[in-house]
Design a protein around this ligand. Structure first.
Ligand code: B12
Length: 251
């Protein structure tokens, strides 16, 4: 087995067992050896987290285990994020991203941010557990064209509607397009709460963000030179994701 393959295997195992210092060290080693950051992300870290979710569902993992695994993944992502975001593309629009009130899941949102930044968007990350009041303050302060809400709990997804109503009441709804996503979210749900778009994964969030910018009348250079590298990366991610899905279904 090549060192690249060993690193992916060790990263998977150490994310599963939540050894953050080891995942950090392995990720750095992989980058130093010239591994593709997307390969590390989608062939080691995300599969590990999917397994964590499965172990939680069957009652073998509890919240503390889930937490230390997520921390191990985040330490690795902290190394990958600047590399993935660094494409030198001019900003094509401003996006405010947040996880809704009562919800602390941020891995999905952070992946979207990596991809959006890589595709040339300026992203303001408001973090997790963001109240409608803080959202309104940030929209006024930063004046983004797009806002993105993430929710991973069936108990917190109703905050999409609360946030959208807060934007309406403050007279800000027509200033921004709203996109939403998160594990329990469907397109139907997104439309029923009045969102402008739904993204099932990080690469779709980029397509959606661009489409919403076009809908608002902005000219987006869909095939700009600087963007082709990121476009190739997004396609590679989609391929990896659909392969992972097939393996998940057949395995
Ligand atoms: C890691 C994790 C945690 C970590 C979160 C750490 C962190 N920093 O994020 C911790 C341990 C803190 C946690 C806590 C809890 N969790 Co939790 N958690 C998970 C787990 C294992 C993985 C979630 C994840 O990050 N997935 C990886 C990403 C990549 O997922 P993804 O959906 O593919 O993301 C894509 C899309 O959703 C989309 N997207 C996401 N956001 C957005 C936004 C926009 C705008 C767009 C366009 C797209 C988009 O793009 C993403 C990237 O491709 C899931 C299980 C699972 N299988 O999902 C449970 C899960 C979400 N948790 C669950 C639960 C119940 C909890 C707790 C209530 C447990 C408890 N009893 O305390 C608490 C709640 C805490 C809170 N108040 O938020 C349940 C939710 C069930 C439900 N129906 O509501 C799940 C499904 C586990 C289960 N099977 O029961 N959790």
């Amino acid at each position: 087995m090549s060192r690249h393959e060993e690193i992916k295997k060790e990263l998977y195992e150490n994310t599963l067992s939540g050894r953050a210092p080891v995942t950090e060290k392995l990720t750095q080693e992989g980058i130093d050896l010239g591994m593709d950051p997307l390969e590390i992300l989608f062939q080691a870290l995300i599969p590990a987290l999917q397994e964590v979710g499965r172990l939680f569902e069957v009652g073998e993992y509890f919240v503390p285990e889930m937490m230390i695994s997520a921390k191990a993944m985040q330490r690795a992502m902290a190394i990958l994020q600047p590399i993935l975001g660094d494409t030198g593309v001019e900003p094509v629009g401003k996006v405010l991203m947040l996880t809704v009130k009562g919800d602390v899941h941020d891995i999905g949102k952070n992946l979207c941010i990596i991809m959006l930044e890589g595709a040339g968007f300026e992203v303001i990350d408001m973090g997790v557990n963001v109240s409608p009041e803080r959202l309104l303050d940030a929209v006024i302060e930063h004046q983004p064209q797009l806002v993105g809400f993430s929710a991973f709990l069936t108990t917190t997804m109703p905050y999409f509607k609360t946030n959208i109503e807060a934007l309406e009441d403050a007279g800000l709804r027509d200033k921004v397009k709203v996109m939403v996503g998160g594990a329990p979210i469907t397109k139907e749900y997104a439309m029923s709460v009045g969102a402008d778009g739904f993204g099932p994964d990080a690469s779709q969030s980029v397509k959606l963000a661009k489409q919403l910018m076009v809908d608002m009348g902005y000219e987006i250079d869909q095939d700009g030179e600087g963007e082709s590298a990121m476009r190739a990366a997004v396609d590679a991610v989609q391929d990896l994701m659909s392969k992972a899905d097939e393996e998940h279904v057949s395995g």
